[in-house]
Write a protein that binds this ligand. Structure first.
Ligand SMILES: Cc1ncc(C[n+]2csc(CCOP(=O)(O)OP(=O)(O)O)c2C)c(N)n1
Ligand code: SF4
Ligand SMILES: [Mg+2]
Length: 316
């Protein structure tokens, strides 16, 4: 008899869990692919998804990573945190190097997954040309962009994905003047084999999207929102709450695009049944970086979200 009074053995249990479509804490592998201890800040959203993402990717994979907080978290050989091979590259070459490594694996007759994992600066600004080329050539790689919405590793400078009005060290007075780039939309315009957005607050959603990506040929792009306490101006314990609030206010949407068809996923799809969402002000007030936003700017932001969701309700 198992604890809880359920009368089946471990093998039965494993079979039942493997039959469920989604990963849960009950059937997520306990195997770890990073060693305990790394140099990420406490509360780092990236570190949540890195640990869980590696569980989905498994051991037969090689990472290609440009300069970023991820390179710091991974550390340097021989005290590297990741148990799989990591190739550090220059910003501009990430997708090109991933292309080359994948070609080399194929030449050796190996099906090793090649995973480019870059920050928003490394993707939306400096690495976008190589990524666009790899998308156009339909390279068989996974590309993950973790979006902490600034150049965090070098001290919170504004990037292409930094939201309008955000305080950063290069936009210190009234916040970033320009609108942010919608990188998933730019990637979607390339018709990738698979595109998904994910959040550090929903790690198992990311896990299962990676499992799916592994089975698809062509370029798979995952855009993951990863709150960053020092860069966003919040307490470490707020990371998951802030990520969840971004989704529940309808600001950051979780979705997949396959064969050109967009589908809202789990937590975002549930919002379709609601007549009104949590106000975006709740998300903004949790973070010091939004302190320069005026009421007028917040109202504009809210109106844009409302319009987007009115469109979703008509479409889905
Ligand atoms: C060509 C080049 N320019 C600048 C740098 C300095 N640099 C290292 S990490 C980094 C920030 C990268 O930002 P992002 O890609 O968003 O990753 P994050 O630091 O936020 O994790 C910068 C500018 C560099 N290494 N190479
Ligand atoms: S600065 Fe931000 S992204 Fe970088 S390790 Fe710290 S919490 Fe993570
Ligand atoms: Mg960044």
């Amino acid at each position: 008899m198992n604890p809880g009074g359920l009368d089946y053995n471990y093998e039965d249990w494993t079979t039942i869990m493997n039959m469920t479509a989604k990963t849960s804490v009950l059937n997520l592998t306990q195997e770890e692919f990073i060693y305990p201890g790394n140099r990420a800040c406490s509360g780092c959203g990236l570190s949540i998804l890195y640990r869980i993402g590696l569980k989905a990717l498994g051991r037969d994979c090689i990472f290609v990573v440009p300069p970023s907080c991820l390179t710091v978290m991974q550390g340097l050989f021989p005290i590297a945190a990741t148990q799989m091979p990591v190739l550090n590259c220059t910003f501009a070459s990430t997708a090109a190097i991933a292309t080359g490594v994948r070609a080399a694996m194929k030449r050796l007759g190996r099906d090793t997954q090649v995973v480019a994992w870059a920050g928003d600066g490394g993707t939306s600004d400096i690495g976008i040309q190589a990524l666009s080329g790899a998308l156009e050539r339909v390279e068989d790689i996974i590309y993950i962009c973790y979006d902490n919405e600034a150049y965090m590793n070098t001290g919170v400078q504004r990037s292409g994905t930094t939201p309008q009005g955000t305080l950063t060290t290069t936009t210190p007075l009234s916040g970033k003047a320009e609108a942010s780039k919608n990188i998933p939309a730019i990637i979607a315009a390339h018709n990738p084999a698979y595109l998904a957005t994910c959040s550090a607050s929903y790690p198992l959603d990311f896990h299962d999207k990676l499992l799916k990506a592994k089975e698809i040929k062509g370029l798979k792009y995952l855009h993951i929102q990863t709150p960053c306490p020092p860069g966003w101006g919040c307490e470490e314990r707020m990371t998951v709450e802030i990520g969840r609030t971004a989704v529940e206010t309808g600001l950051f949407d979780l979705y997949e695009i396959e064969d050109g068809q967009m589908k809202l996923s789990g937590p975002s799809q549930k919002l379709l049944g609601k007549t009104s969402l949590r106000p975006v002000r709740e998300y903004l007030e949790m973070q010091v970086r939004f302190k320069a936003l005026s009421d007028e700017q917040i109202n504009v932001m809210q109106a844009e979200i409302d319009q987007k969701w009115a469109g979703y309700r008509d479409t889905f």
